[in-house]
Design a protein around this ligand. Structure first.
Ligand SMILES: *Cc1c(COP(=O)(O)O)cnc(C)c1O
Length: 373
């Protein structure tokens, strides 16, 4: 049996026929930019994530840049970011001409270390901060981080590329953010047929600024109130996402079932996983095992390869350890504990409509190594 790390081809029975029909209909009417599909999607996103304004854009990296620009973060401004995140979080800061300060993450939940977060703010007095909600949940101290930023005048951007469908204290994780972003990269929980992203906020002015920046800073068709860029979401991507949204509750339910299976079976084998803090209902984006013994990790990886079981390492290295930071990293706060965390992470297969047979094959395979110890 082969179990891929992720399988994007498990469409619902009527999914592809609906998509083909939509492509045909939009092609014969040349409905390619803007229009009903985009505005319908934005409306549906607003109700799904319980925010007043959802503005779609070209990808999740642009979404972070748009959020920073809309907040007025720019030349020379300091921005605190997690050392454990996708490179886009780092890039977005640099691309708006601001300076990133990395801080270590907390291995309990993969979010920022709150003590270091406060220390970095005291030491550096940044204009803004970004936190990234990784794996399908977020920091145990999310409410405290938000409050700390509000009280200290720090503009907080929440990179929610991995957290679509996550609930925090019973409501959407995006609901109480000042401004948050997501990505519709195909492998994300709400994935498009290509690239896409969105910015969420309850602030009408911020939303209007994001919308303007994402469309060349336009005020009228040939009038420009600011310098933005072209970061519009294609209408075809919006149409695809509108179809996916019809099935998203069942896709997320299926992901959560797989998570529940791992959570029920792995502890008995002695496999450590990062669990979502209790205030979260996770979206089932990733499984995160922590294998701290490097020899054991190598053995496990080679067994998984032999058995044709896919696995991931999200992420293999911290931001501050990348060669690309050389000319950009302003400072790092912490003792670089993120590197150890990165070395230990091993992600098992997790995607919608995984079968019980696949899940039990994965767990049974881990048992071949863990039961022997
Ligand atoms: C995927 C991802 C992004 C970037 O999204 P793109 O749509 O690929 O640009 C940013 N941050 C995090 C944490 C991500 O996982």
């Amino acid at each position: 049996m082969e179990v891929p790390f992720i399988d994007l081809l498990r469409f619902e029975p009527d999914f592809l026929s609906r998509w083909r029909e939509k492509v045909e209909q939009m092609s014969v009417t040349a409905s390619f930019i803007g229009g009903d599909e985009v505005s319908t999607l934005e409306g549906r996103l607003e109700s799904y994530v319980q925010v007043k304004h959802a503005v779609t854009c070209a990808n999740g990296t642009d979404a972070i840049q748009l959020a920073l620009r809309a907040l007025g973060v720019g030349h020379g401004d300091l921005v605190v970011i997690p050392d454990l995140t996708f490179w886009a979080t780092f890039e977005a800061v640099v691309n708006v001409s601001a300076k990133p300060i990395t801080i270590d993450s907390d291995s309990k939940d993969g979010g920022v270390d709150f003590e270091l977060f406060m220390l970095a703010i005291k030491e550096h007095n940044p204009k803004a901060a970004i936190i990234a909600h990784l794996y399908g949940w977020a920091s145990q101290q999310l409410a405290e981080i938000r409050k700390y930023c509000r009280d200290h005048g720090i503009l907080l951007v929440e990179d929610g590329a991995q957290s679509f469908g996550v609930n925090f204290r019973g409501t959407s994780i995006y609901k109480d953010a000042l401004i948050s972003t997501t990505s519709f990269y195909p492998a994300k929980v709400l994935g498009a047929a290509g690239d896409g992203g969105a910015v969420f906020t309850n602030d009408a002015e911020l939303a209007a600024k994001v919308k303007q920046l994402s469309n060349h800073g336009r005020s009228t068709h040939y009038g420009y109130a600011d310098v933005g860029w072209n970061s519009r979401l294609d209408s075809l991507q919006a149409a695809f996402l509108n179809i996916v949204l019809d099935y998203l509750p069942q896709r997320i339910a299926s992901r959560r079932d797989a998570v529940a299976y791992y959570r029920a079976k792995l502890p008995a084998l002695g496999v450590t996983q990062i669990n979502a803090p209790s205030e979260y209902l996770e979206n089932g984006y990733l499984n995160v095992c922590l294998i701290e013994d490097p020899d054991l990790k190598l053995k496990l990886e080679s067994l998984l390869k032999d058995r044709k079981i896919g696995f991931g390492n999200v992420y293999p290295g911290s931001m501050s350890s990348q060669t690309g930071v050389l000319n950009y990293l302003h400072a790092h706060v912490g003792n670089r504990s993120t590197n150890r965390l990165c070395e230990s992470v091993l992600n098992l297969p997790l995607f919608p409509y995984m079968t019980e047979e696949e899940l039990s094959f994965v767990v049974e395979s881990l048992g071949l190594i863990f039961n022997k110890r």
